[in-house]
Design a protein around this ligand. Structure first.
Ligand code: KIV
Length: 292
């Protein structure tokens, strides 16, 4: 059965369920691969800005970017449960604007949206939920707060900080979130928050006790080596493999071994004969077909 927000919302590992598998995707081939690999949820993350669009952080990503990429993912994976990130400043100004931006992502093909932050976001979460749009929360290291946090740092390292995140997680659940991403918090904090919530937690650098895990497509496949946090397990080295393949192609073109006749289209024998007899310039009439 296809995943839905209510189905995700009741998916707790403590009830005997397997952890949820969420993966990011940003385009059609990526979405197809992620679905064929058996992911439960596709996240069109605003990590898009860093791993695909070449920005230094996620702050440059616009609603237009998210709509464009969400639509590509939705076209390629019509049966997927797709969550799309609300980018920075698309949910900070007013609940009305937030709902309109969230609706654009839904119309692009997402079934839910994700936003970052704690207490400050409650009015936005309530407004989106009232518009019947499922919302996923995101706490701990929230990359859209990079400027105010002063860098990509582990969060919740003190008792006070951990309790704040835990209380915010409860507030998010109460406001209507159907699940919450926990990013870069100590394992024990991930575990305690997971135990304290009835909605699932999805961890990224939040230890093994969350109700699900998420990784960024390009990190997992070794396409992106720019930032390598400890929590990334690299399952392939596609950057190196791709560069090797691309270099071989360049060499083959330059040394004349690509393409071969087998990799080229051929005329029928009749057409070859016609061309040979009538099509060649007079000066080549006595030349075998090779020079034409
Ligand atoms: O944008 C993203 O890919 C994310 C994940 C890291 C959770 O928010």
């Amino acid at each position: 059965m296809k995943w839905s927000a209510p189905k995700v919302a009741s998916h707790k590992v403590r009830d005997g369920n397997k952890p949820l598998v969420m993966l990011t995707a940003y385009d059609a081939p990526g979405a197809k691969m992620v679905m064929e690999a058996g992911a439960d949820v596709i996240l069109v993350g605003d990590s898009l800005g860093m791993v695909v669009l070449g920005y230094e952080d996620t702050l440059q990503v616009t609603v237009g970017d998210m709509v464009h990429h969400t639509a590509a993912v939705a076209r390629a994976a019509p049966d997927a449960f797709i969550v799309a990130d609300l980018p920075w400043l698309s949910y900070h100004i007013s609940p009305e604007e937030t709902v309109k931006n969230a609706a654009q992502l839904i119309r692009a093909g997402a079934q839910a949206v994700k936003l970052e932050g704690g207490y400050d976001r409650i009015p936005m979460i309530e407004a989106i939920s009232k518009a019947e749009i499922p919302v996923m929360g995101h706490l701990g290291l929230t990359p859209q707060s990079i400027l105010s946090l002063g860098g990509y740092k582990i969060q919740g390292k003190t008792t006070n900080a951990a309790l704040t995140i835990s209380n915010e997680a409860k507030a998010l659940a109460h406001a209507g979130c159907f699940s919450v991403v926990l990013e870069c918090v100590p394992s024990l904090v991930g575990k305690l928050i997971t135990e304290s919530l009835d909605i699932p937690t999805i961890g990224i650098g939040a230890g093994p006790d969350c109700d699900g895990q998420v990784l960024v497509f390009h990190d997992l496949l070794g396409i992106n080596h720019d930032l390598q946090p400890k929590f990334v397990r690299t399952y392939a080295n596609l950057k190196e493999t791709s560069i090797e393949a691309l270099t071989q192609y360049a060499n083959d073109v330059r040394n004349g071994t690509f393409p071969t006749q087998e990799e080229s289209y051929q005329l029928s024998d009749d057409e070859v004969e016609t061309l040979g007899l009538y099509g060649r310039p007079d000066s080549l009439k006595d030349d075998p077909l090779g020079s034409w």
